[in-house]
Design a binder for this molecule. Structure first.
Ligand code: GLU
Length: 539
């Protein structure tokens, strides 16, 4: 055991350049004067932005906003191996694309807003060193010179002896090394990390309240976890209590994967002398796979990547709405009671967060998207489709641009009145919606065969007779009356068969939106042309 004096000496030896004390640092981060929650979203810039990021980022900003508090975007870039160029900008842009914006934090690779920065960990190294030095001087941390190979060896031994693996207790070789031994190793240029000198006891438990999980009982930590890596960068474990405390975070909303490290984090808060900030561990997004729940995976599930929603053109607002469904199950009832309200008006509650793992289901998402798009005016559908197409389907964008009024008419089919059509889930579906209205698209589509229902000769007969009575200015009632008359004159039992022949002749499909409305949009000339072409083709 080193004496307090020796620990102070050790701290100076390890961090000669650090002159500040924790108190000096705290002076630069005055206590905030806000009533609401101060929450942060703290992603790492790895280049892969997933649905879980949108979920955590969205709920954190929403909770902060609705409480009159502050939301912060902090970038955790201390794992240099995982980092990619422009990673910060990518995150900022992706979140912005979903309307998720922060009051403070990073805006791109180099710039941030707010008084509690830097909001990127690689620019906070000096701060972590102040606290690391302080811990060493108090005997709560120490340099450890174990090499990768030695750690591997320890691990093997532990496995052989069927003991817990890791660097703790008697296995933590350098925790009580003498100052002389350490000085000697340092002089020889030995590489070291700074580890926590844990005083926890794995046999002891303690209770704490997680804001999502409720009251939990955890075993104490006894691992001498790494606080600073050999490159001087902090680990997540060490950086987050420091950042969250200095930035005045009131609740730590983070994903469940960190729950298993809570005992370590509690010990770190204690040893750093900080007041524990409550945790809210958000359950991960799950999926049903062969009847079993499992986490959404980057490798297996395309829907895990945010690019999936962007490329397919899922409306962003509908994705957020679905995420609210997942977060708080009472959102469902709220939506039924408030079909027209904006999701901003829904009050999200931490204590109502799904505890068991939130099921993410693309089919349900699509239902929400369909409902959402059904609430839009034709003009809005047009604008959103165009915005999407400009990025992802140039040909479609051109078509939309050149035929604006016509397309708005198309999108207006079954968009008003009592029964609103809900068949667009994503802007990637729009092309298919337009096919029947543009000859150049329709010509590439096979005509659906209905010969087993109505033979060729009869089809021809129906169509020739129809052309004689067709009048585009007919009301829907008269239009239908004419089809009914035709059916009885030609001896068809089912009016539907006659309508079907018309439908296929005009659109090549057996299923379309309301045929009367489709014909109205196409106009008299086009309808006649198509019917004639179909008849001619049947010779
Ligand atoms: N940087 C951590 C991650 O990417 C964030 C954990 C947290 O929110 O505290 O998972």
């Amino acid at each position: 055991m080193r004496t307090p004096e020796e620990n102070r000496k050790l701290a100076d030896m390890l961090f000669p350049e650090v002159k500040e004390s924790p108190e000096d640092v705290f002076k630069k981060y005055p206590k905030r004067n806000v009533e609401g929650m101060v929450l942060r979203f703290a992603p790492s810039p790895t280049g892969f932005i997933h649905t879980g990021n949108i979920y955590t980022g969205f709920v954190s900003t929403k909770l902060a906003k609705q409480s009159g508090g502050i939301s912060i975007l902090r970038i955790e870039d201390t794992d240099k191996n995982r980092e990619i160029e422009n990673g910060v900008t990518q995150i900022v842009q992706a979140l912005k694309g979903f309307g998720i914006e922060f009051d403070e934090g990073m805006e791109d690779e180099d710039n941030w807003k707010g008084e509690y920065g830097p909001y990127i960990q690689s620019k906070r190294i000096d701060i972590y060193h102040v606290f690391a030095k302080n811990l060493v001087s108090k005997g709560y941390a120490y340099p450890c010179f174990l090499t990768e190979e030695e750690l591997e060896e320890i691990r093997h031994k532990q496995e052989e002896l069927k003991e817990r693996t890791g660097c703790y207790g008697k296995w933590a070789k350098y925790r009580d090394a003498s100052t002389e031994e350490i000085e000697d190793l340092l002089n020889k240029g030995g590489k070291f990390v700074i580890r926590l000198y844990s005083t926890g006891d794995i046999e002891e438990s303690f209770n704490m309240k997680d804001l999502v999980k409720g009251s939990v009982t955890l075993r104490e930590n006894d691992m001498d976890a790494v606080l600073l890596k050999s490159d001087g960068y902090p680990t997540y474990h060490f950086a987050h209590p420091i950042d969250d405390t200095l930035m005045g975070i009131t609740h730590i909303t983070r994903t469940d994967e960190w729950f298993s490290s809570v005992s370590l984090h509690v010990e770190l808060f204690e040893k750093l002398g900080f007041k524990q900030i409550p945790y809210a561990h958000l359950s991960p997004l799950m999926k049903l796979d062969n009847g079993k729940k499992r986490k959404l995976s980057k490798r297996k599930d395309p829907e895990f990547a945010v690019s999936f929603y962007l490329e397919n053109g899922y409306p962003k607002k509908a994705l957020l709405e679905y995420l609210l469904n997942i977060a708080n199950s009472n959102f469902y009832d709220w939506r039924i009671q408030n079909p027209q309200k904006d999701i901003e008006e829904f009050e999200l509650k931490i204590e109502k967060f799904n505890k068991a793992g939130a099921l993410f289901d693309v089919i349900k998402l699509e239902d929400i998207c369909k409902n959402y798009i059904a609430t839009l005016a034709a003009q809005e559908v047009y604008e959103m489709s165009l915005e999407w197409a400009r990025e992802y389907d140039e040909e479609l964008a051109k078509l939309l641009e050149e035929n604006k009024d016509y397309c708005i008419k198309i999108f207006n089919i079954e968009r008003t009145g009592e029964k609103i059509r809900k068949d667009i889930a994503k802007f990637g579906d729009i092309r298919d919606q337009l096919v029947i209205f543009f000859d150049e698209l329709l010509n590439n589509v096979d005509i659906e065969d209905i010969e087993d229902r109505v033979g060729k000769a009869k089809q021809k007969n129906i169509l020739n007779e129809y052309l004689k009575v067709f009048n585009i200015s007919d009301t829907q009632e008269i239009w239908f009356e004419k089809i009914r008359n035709l059916a009885s004159e030609l001896g068809f039992e089912k009016v539907g068969d006659v309508a079907m022949v018309l439908r296929v002749a005009i659109t090549h499909r057996t299923r379309t939106p309301d045929l009367y409305q489709v014909m109205q949009v196409l106009g008299e000339q086009k309808v006649r042309e198509r019917i004639q072409k179909y008849v001619d083709m049947m010779i």
